[in-house]
Design a protein around this ligand. Structure first.
Ligand SMILES: [Fe+2]
Length: 144
C-alpha cells in the first residue's frame, strides 16, 4: 500500500470532522434548528462508520492506521470551531465546504487505490464520494 499517508490524512480529517459536526449539531441556531440538528446527526453517524471502515481497510492491507487524537489534530486540514451560537446559514456554508473537501479526498484516494489495484479501498472511496455528492446536492438545494 503506497498511499498510506493519504489514507491516514483522510482518517485524521474524518476524526476531526466528526467532532466539528457535533459542534455544528450542538450550536446551530435559527428557525431550521431541528431539521439541521437532526441532519448533522445522520452525517456524523455515517462519518463515524467511514472512519472505522477506512482504518480497518488499512489493517487488511497490512498497515497501521493512525489512531491518535494528538496526531490527528496536527494532520487534519479541517478547520475547527470555537464555542458559540452558529446561525443556520453559516452552518450550512461550513458543512457544504467541508463535504466538498471530504469528497475531493475520497476521489483522490480512489484514484491512488485503483492505480495499485487496491479494489476494496477504491470501491469504498467510490461509495464515500457518492454519498458526499448526494449530500452536496441536498445542501445546495436547501440554499437555492
Ligand atoms: Fe445529538
Amino acid at each position: 500500500m503506497k498511499n498510506t499517508a493519504q489514507v491516514n490524512q483522510y482518517l485524521a480529517d474524518l476524526s476531526v470532522w466528526i467532532v466539528k459536526l457535533h459542534n455544528l449539531h450542538f450550536n446551530v441556531t435559527g428557525p431550521q434548528f431541528k431539521s439541521i440538528h437532526e441532519y448533522l446527526e445522520v452525517i456524523y453517524d455515517i462519518a463515524f462508520d467511514y472512519y472505522d471502515d477506512v482504518a480497518e481497510a488499512m489493517k487488511m492491507a497490512g498497515q497501521f492506521p493512525v489512531a491518535n487524537v494528538a496526531q490527528y489534530a496536527e494532520m487534519t486540514k479541517i478547520q475547527e470551531l470555537g464555542q458559540e451560537d452558529i446561525p443556520q446559514g453559516k452552518v450550512i456554508d461550513i458543512l457544504l465546504n467541508d463535504i466538498k473537501y471530504m469528497k475531493d479526498q475520497a476521489l483522490a484516494i480512489r484514484e491512488s487505490a485503483s492505480e495499485e489495484d487496491h479494489f476494496a479501498l477504491a470501491n469504498m472511496m467510490e461509495d464515500h464520494a457518492g454519498y458526499y455528492t448526494k449530500q452536496i446536492w441536498f445542501i445546495e438545494s436547501m440554499i437555492k
